[in-house]
Design a protein around this ligand. Structure first.
Ligand code: PMP
Ligand code: GLN
Length: 397
């Protein structure tokens, strides 16, 4: 029997072969290299509240969290997460058995999929999907089944889910629905009626649900964030993922969490403990304090981000892009066809040279690259003057 030698065989295994460098790393490096305004990777250019930063400094200085914190997360943070879910949504979670702190939402996603999937299990994800979903499903040996959100221009509806398509995608091999609302990259916020239909489907077909709600505090206008776990029959089958990165503008801290019933949390923890075991010791103390900030913080943050959304949306429209409605997140998705462009990849690769601006081609979030080709995502979590300057530059292309 012949066997390929270790060096002849590709180093990267087959499960991950389709995933090269993430688009975010590629585009942020391009922004640095070309000195462009980076509206690609979603991170704020201003740090979060001073008192939260000070809380982290205090924890570091006082020696809290400088050695391994407890595996499930420090008790103060687990209590603060449970309190947050209760105060905002009326959801009751036991901090000791139903809350798990993770290294950002990214680790939570990976741990959920590694824990809950058997090889060959199907996972339905909303396409365009956040890139780590595809990679994590692959690492777990699962099969991703995309259900595509389609753009609606009339009435400013933005990208919407077709519930019949979702229902039709469920098979006997479907293990879980991987939902994301508010949705990256489209800015869609699923409505109460859509969520109720998803919940009904999950109960009816006995599916697990992993729901990525990291943008829960970034909803605008009349949109409302409703956690899937609040719907009948959902609490016991739903793993909800949150993250401090977006809500408190400290994306580098990588403090995320999972809330679910004890059985699900135990399963996810089993995978999580062999990924990082624990992380972010002192930051966990700071995030515990941040979650207890008064409503005025969350309201002000949302208002501030809505203003930025409006500045960028207006600038993009004036520059000739078709701008889809963003009801939540950090992002605006545009269609470049009115600019006589059709390939978002080529457009984004050329944009730093042409305009000194970096954006993300939505095609990377699609299995069906053709379907995503004309869409380009811009992040508005940047200073107002930066957004105005970017808009000015884009008007000149
Ligand atoms: N989910 C979504 C939808 C995201 O956009 C991101 C990144 N911003 C994450 C998860 C990862 O979050 P974290 O930085 O907490 O790992
Ligand atoms: N979630 C951020 C985005 O969508 C990026 C996070 C990352 O770089 N992995 O832009």
């Amino acid at each position: 029997m012949t066997r390929m030698t270790s060096t002849a065989r590709p180093y990267l295994n087959r499960r991950l072969a389709e995933f090269g460098t993430t688009i975010f790393a590629e585009m942020s490096a391009l922004a640095v290299r070309t000195g462009s305004i980076n509206l690609g990777q979603g991170f704020p250019d201003t740090d979060g509240p001073e008192e939260v930063r000070e809380a982290a400094v205090r924890a570091l200085r006082d020696g809290r969290g400088n050695q391994y914190p407890p595996g499930p997360g420090i008790p103060e943070l687990r209590s603060a997460i449970a309190e947050h879910q209760l105060r905002r949504y009326g959801l009751t979670y036991d901090p000791d058995t139903e809350v798990l702190v993770t290294a950002g939402a990214t680790e939570a996603i990976a741990a959920c999929l590694l824990a809950l999937l058997e090889p060959g299990d199907e996972v339905i994800a909303l396409e365009p999907y956040y890139d780590s979903y595809a990679a994590s499903i692959a690492m777990a040996g699962g099969r991703r089944v995309p259900v595509t959100l389609r753009p609606h221009t009339d009435g400013g509806a933005g990208f919407r889910l077709d519930l019949d398509e979702l229902r039709a995608a469920v098979t006997d091999r479907t293990r879980l629905l991987l939902i994301n609302t508010p949705h990256n990259p489209t800015g869609t916020v699923l409505t109460r009626a859509e969520l109720a239909a998803i919940a009904e489907l999950a109960v009816d077909r006995d599916l697990l649900v992993v729901t990525d709600e990291v943008y829960e505090h970034l909803v605008f206008d009349d949109a409302e964030h409703v956690p899937l776990a609040t719907f009948p029959g959902m609490r016991e089958r739903t793993v909800t993922i949150g993250s401090a990165g977006k809500t408190f503008s400290f994306t580098g801290w990588k403090v995320g969490w999972v809330t679910a019933s004890p059985g699900l949390v135990t399963a996810v923890r089993s995978a999580k403990q062999f990924l990082t075991y624990v992380s972010s010791g002192p930051f966990q103390y700071a995030v515990a304090e941040a979650l207890a900030l008064p409503d005025s913080y969350f309201d002000g943050f949302r208002r501030d981000m809505r203003t930025r959304r409006d500045i960028l949306a207006e600038g993009l429209a004036q520059a000739g892009f078709e701008v889809f409605r963003t009801a939540g997140t950090y992002f605006i998705t545009t269609d470049i066809r009115p600019l006589s462009e059709k390939d978002g990849f080529a457009f984004c690769r050329a944009l730093p040279e042409r305009a000194g601006v970096v954006a993300i081609p939505n095609a990377v979030f699609y299995d069906d690259r053709e379907a995503g080709a004309p869409f380009v995502r811009f992040a508005f979590c940047k200073k107002e003057e930066v957004l105005r300057e970017a808009a000015e530059r884009l008007r000149r292309i």
